[in-house]
Design a protein around this ligand. Structure first.
Ligand code: IMP
Length: 424
């Protein structure tokens, strides 16, 4: 038995989906434990691209159990659409398991998200994630998957919450009228279609542990978007770090054997908030174009910048990373000088600690590396065959690994499954 957690090390979009999809073949259970349809995985299988938001990335292994854990907030419409899309492409969803403790995103969450985001400037995905987690914490205005089972109580609850939300929205100077029977009917349709999938995932995982199964826990978003440990308030509303894998699934921490940190060879961030190594210049544009750095969920252009060792060291310590997977190294092809931030200067003082506030004032101190030119697919075939990384690239990888005191186990140089090299 082995239990592995896969975590994004930056501000999300590290291409974790590709890695989870690759690793999934060796696991029996793939578990999503946080976030909602704010996340987006693009997975390429047999020339077809799938954009998934809620279903775990191991979806293309029909025999594996795919769990949407209690820590996830579920948008019923999005989930139904994903199930239909995947099934239409010929992949069975029979082993999908949805936690009865997961919370449900309702129409008012999306409206509130839009209104509140205008005020905060966080630049959320407007998928209702923040308001849904707020209602979860409020304990009175939330609907969980388990609530779908008692139809009379649900109808009454929805009516009460809808009126409350209409009043709240009015205090923001806007009008909304929620059609409760329609919302109820949509939830009943969701219940009908997902009926066989709903379980308490703590028991499912307890059985998996008893049977010595392999479990892969897949994080959405990333460390720097964690509501406690990220660049608050410019974060998402859930915990995204390793610890959240247990909270959001019901699996006890002592079973975790390995934590893999997925890191892009440069940094990106989408939405507002400080980003010390951001490149507002041609190099940033070049990285965005070459790396296709546009949001899977919202299509927004991602902000691009150099790798940030200060942030990554912090990501390693709060997650307990065992090994790193370095993604999209090919995107840095052809750049003559590649930089990496190794410290910040704040108020004239040098620090190698990631600050809890005033990150916007941090001036990065860079180490510069010579680029490795442009590698063709022929070059990569040879690198794969000989397991010999070109010297300049090796220098870059060794530096990252040494600074973070963590080995790089895999290197990815494109979206395809075979554009990956194992380095250990
Ligand atoms: P929310 O999660 O929609 O509330 O958005 C809060 C912040 O997290 C915004 O800056 C979003 O752009 C960012 N965010 C949420 N999910 C993702 C993701 O999957 N990738 C990258 N950024 C994300």
């Amino acid at each position: 038995m082995t239990v592995t957690v896969v975590i994004g090390m930056q501000w999300g979009d590290e291409a974790k989906g590709k890695i989870v999809d690759l690793l999934a073949k060796d696991y029996d259970y793939i578990v999503r434990f946080n976030g909602g349809a704010n996340a987006g995985h693009t997975i390429k299988v047999a020339d077809k691209k799938f954009g998934l938001h809620l279903i775990p990335s191991g979806v293309f292994y029909p025999e594996k159990f795919k769990i949407i854990g209690n820590g996830v907030v579920i948008d019923p419409e999005t989930l139904l659409k994903e199930i239909e899309d995947v099934e239409r492409s010929g992949y069975s969803m029979k082993n999908l398991i949805i936690s009865d403790r997961a919370h449900i995103i309702l129409p008012w969450h999306k409206i509130m998200d839009g209104i509140e985001d205008e005020k905060s400037g966080i630049g959320t995905t407007k998928r209702g994630i923040g308001p849904a987690y707020m209602d979860k914490s409020s304990r009175i205005n939330a609907v969980r998957v388990a609530d779908l089972l008692d139809e009379t109580a649900l109808k009454e609850k929805l009516g009460q919450i809808a009126r409350l939300k209409e009043t709240q929205i009015r205090t923001y100077g806007q009008e909304a009228r929620f059609d409760v029977p329609k919302i109820f009917n949509e939830l009943m349709l969701f219940k009908k279609k997902t009926h066989g999938y709903i379980h308490n995932t703590a028991y499912v995982l307890q059985d998996a542990v008893r049977d010595r199964k392999n479990i892969l826990l897949e994080g959405a978003q990333a460390v720097l978007l964690d509501v406690d440990h990220g660049t608050y308030p410019f974060v998402t509303s859930s915990n995204t770090i390793t610890g959240a894998a247990c909270v959001g699934s019901g699996l006890p921490p002592r079973h975790i054997a390995r934590v893999i940190g997925v890191v892009k060879a440069y940094s990106t961030r989408v939405g507002g908030g400080p980003f010390p190594t951001e490149l507002n210049n041609d190099t940033g544009d070049r990285i965005r174009q070459k790396g296709a750095e546009f949001g899977t969920t919202t299509g927004r252009p991602r902000r691009c910048g150099w790798l940030d060792i200060v942030a990554l060291k912090y990501a390693c310590i709060v997650n307990g990373i065992d090994d790193l997977v370095l993604m999209k190294i090919d995107v840095l092809d052809g750049i003559e000088e590649i930089k990496v931030a190794t410290a910040y200067q704040i108020d004239g003082k040098k620090t190698d600690q990631f600050p809890s506030s005033r990150l916007a004032e941090a001036e990065p101190i860079y180490t510069t590396f010579k680029g490795w030119g442009t590698l063709t697919s022929h070059d990569w075939d040879k690198i794969k065959k000989d397991k010999k990384i070109p010297p300049q690239m090796k220098h870059y990888l060794d530096f990252i690994s040494k600074e973070l005191n963590t080995p790089i186990s895999m290197l990815s140089f494109g979206p395809e499954r075979d554009q990956t090299i194992s380095l250990l």
